[in-house]
Design a protein around this ligand. Structure first.
Ligand SMILES: *Cc1c(COP(=O)(O)O)cnc(C)c1O
Length: 396
């Protein structure tokens, strides 16, 4: 067997012809920027998430930048977030001139450790960006109460969490704004880059809309320095087709996750992901397990820990990843390097001890193949292979 970590081939066999038709209609129409497809998608997406407004933009990264700008966050401000995320979460904060302040994660859920947030709040803190990483919902009730207590804005990073819910509400409707990505590997992916910002605040929605089009409330009038960050019509047309299948796909992801839980044996060398809520609230963009190792130590340099060529074949995770690959099972590491250890942030002042779980988890995580069309037989093969490899390592 050869099982990809992620593929769109099978989805294309299902709905490819509808996508082709939708794209070709846009091409024929000549309306490539703005227009009906965009308006239709923004309405459908707002109602999917349960907010009054959804504003399409160029990417999930831009969604974060637009949200920060709309909330007047910039130079001199601090924004609390997690260092165990895709780089863009912190990058957006730096792009607007503010400083990302990293709080450690809970190693079982991979989510920001809410109990550690308050100790990082200063006079300069303006916002929190909770990341619903891998589709696992953060406790938004607790985040909201911290926000209220310290008068902080809440920007949800929902890039991996389209259709994740917290207490029967979709994430992206629980903060001041929600930021979504339609990068092809996300739960709802376009045929290229795309993103959206969600909010129920009319004033914010208007400001985001203007910022996304050159700070322009009306044509050739510019009241702010903004961006050229629109969702284009072809992508909106693709998304209008794909949004019809979103509940089916999320249901499939949840079944697949459940199968992994049932098929992968209990083993002292493996930690399965902890759901931060009920099973059906998680949208399972990724199924990420943890394989603990002995190589991790704060005494080791970033280069020793995180540069794969240096620590290659030293960690159990890397050994198991290559053993799986030999059996035709492709897995991915999200994320091999914490954001604070990236060269781009080499001058940021952090205390590594404060981020020990983030650093350790980067040396342990492995994401198994996860896409709605994976078959039960493929999952059985993955689990059987993993179980037999792990038995070998427990004997040695
Ligand atoms: C993908 C992603 C982003 C950025 O989205 P793009 O559309 O790729 O710009 C931001 N945050 C997280 C957590 C992501 O996974």
């Amino acid at each position: 067997m050869n099982i990809p970590a992620f593929t769109l081939d099978r989805q294309y066999s299902d709905i490819g012809s509808s996508i082709q038709e939708a794209v070709s209609n846009v091409i024929k129409s000549g309306q490539y920027v703005g227009g009906e497809e965009i308006l239709k998608f923004q309405d459908s997406f707002a109602s999917l998430i349960g907010v009054k407004y959804a504003i399409g933009c160029n990417s999930g990264t831009d969604a974060l930048v637009l949200a920060l700008r709309a909330l007047d966050i910039g130079s001199g401000d601090e924004v609390i977030t997690s260092s165990f995320s895709f780089f863009a979460t912190a990058e957006a904060v730096s792009i607007v001139g503010a400083k990302p302040v990293f709080v450690d994660i809970n190693p079982a859920t991979y989510l920001i450790d809410i109990d550690r947030i308050e100790s990082k709040i200063t006079d300069k803190t303006k916002a929190i960006i909770p990341v619903h990483l891998f589709g696992n919902p953060i406790d938004m009730s607790k985040i909201q109460s911290i926000g209220k207590k310290y008068n902080l804005k809440i920007i949800e990073d929902c890039a991996q969490a389209t259709c994740t819910t917290w207490q029967n509400q979709k994430v992206g409707s629980l903060g001041d704004v929600g930021c979504f990505s339609f990068f092809p590997t996300k739960n709802l992916g376009a045929a290229g880059d795309g993103g959206a910002v969600t909010t129920s605040n009319e004033r914010l929605a208007q400001k985001i809309k203007e910022l996304a089009v050159h700070g322009s409330p009306k044509r050739y009038s510019h009241t702010r320095i903004g961006y050229n960050s629109r969702l284009d019509a072809v992508q909106a047309a693709v998304l209008n087709v794909k949004i019809k299948s979103i509940s089916k796909w999320i249901g499939a992801r949840q079944r697949i996750a459940e199968n992994y839980f049932n098929l992968i044996g209990k083993h002292k060398r493996i930690f399965l992901p902890k759901i931060n809520s009920e099973f059906k609230n998680h949208s399972w963009n990724q199924f990420v397990l943890r394989l603990p190792n002995n190589i991790f130590s704060l005494q080791r340099s970033y280069a020793e820990l995180f540069e794969t060529d240096l620590h290659k074949n030293k960690s159990l995770r890397n050994l198991i990843q290559s053993r799986l690959a030999e059996k035709g099972i492709n897995s991915i590491i999200y994320y091999p390097i914490p954001i604070h250890a990236q060269i781009a942030y080499q001058n940021i002042d952090i205390n590594r001890e404060d981020l020990i779980h983030t650093e350790r988890v980067c040396t342990e995580v492995l994401s198994l193949p996860m896409f709605p069309e994976i078959t039960y037989e493929e999952q059985q093969y993955i689990a059987t292979s993993l179980n037999s490899i792990l038995i070998e390592y427990s004997e040695s």
